[in-house]
Design a protein around this ligand. Sequence first.
Ligand SMILES: NC(=O)c1ccc[n+]([C@@H]2O[C@H](COP(=O)([O-])OP(=O)(O)OC[C@H]3O[C@@H](n4cnc5c(N)ncnc54)[C@H](OP(=O)(O)O)[C@@H]3O)[C@@H](O)[C@H]2O)c1
Length: 297
Amino acid sequence: MKILVTGANGFLGYYLCNALLTRGYLVVATGRGDCRLPYLGRPGFSYVSMDLVDHDQTRTVVHQIAPDFIFHAAAIGKPDDCELNKELATKINTAGSALLLALAAKSVTPFCYISTDFVFDGKAGNYVEEDLVNPVNHYGFTKAQAEKLVTMYAGDWSIVRTVLVYGRPMTGRSNLLSIVQEKLSRGQTYAVVDDQIRTPTYVEDLVNGLLLILEKRATGIYHLSGEEVLTPYQMAVETANYLVLDPTLLIRTTSAAFKQPAIRPLITGLDINKSKRELGFKPRRFAAGLQATFCTH
Ligand SMILES: NC(=O)c1ccc[n+]([C@@H]2O[C@H](COP(=O)([O-])OP(=O)(O)OC[C@H]3O[C@@H](n4cnc5c(N)ncnc54)[C@H](OP(=O)(O)O)[C@@H]3O)[C@@H](O)[C@H]2O)c1
């Protein structure tokens, strides 16, 4: 079975491609520019450049690959980048998804879209799959718009919403834990908000959930995140303590005091009961995620 992964050079892409290859799938990884994954030469792996803003290239690549399943993870995933480059963010996150869906529709290829808790406004928290989306920043808006397009797809579709993904960044973006390690080990201070509520997700748990969706042919919306409710500051303190770094270098702050280009939804966190019940999804505790992040592979 041939799986096309978009955003394969990214943080999630690295782990997703590895897990798919380990399970014996043929993986066609796609991304902007050259391959940054260490899997070239591994049986079943190939890489093709595919920039979603280049419609001709994307059309040719999807047509030539003729995949049996698509994981669409490519996005501008940093909210501040989206807020500062709204046009480009819309082009990639929404129009890019629309293009991919239109190409997939030609062969009704099953389509799994990776989305975010940031589609919600952060007023209620503990969101279930049916809750109404109401994004408060442009990133959330582009992802919510893409979700809407996915729900209109004629083939089998799934939307996976996840939250503050952490783990060892092998490629792609850094994350809260890796930044805490980097800053504190250099003796630098790091300001972290303590009034945003999240259910942080260990990257390999997210990948396990995506495999369950693939293997059970699950369709619809699924929330795949951790289950523990934590603030970024709490996560940072636990990380510092785990790494025996100085937690007093962490500056506890609030969303109001910590100015960022994109507003953050205050209280998110996802209810994962549907995924536990229907998929058998079992995320680990944050302490175990910390251990997995920093263990030497
Ligand atoms: N990380 C989180 O905390 C989190 C939380 C909720 C949802 N998500 C979602 O999870 C997905 C994966 O995110 P991630 O954490 O792996 O982020 P990431 O490391 O930034 O990966 C995203 C990938 O998308 C690629 N991309 C951007 N524009 C593209 C384009 N025009 N054409 C093709 N590829 C393009 C990026 O390429 P370059 O590497 O070349 O820039 C990057 O490799 C995203 O859809 C994100 O919205 C992530």
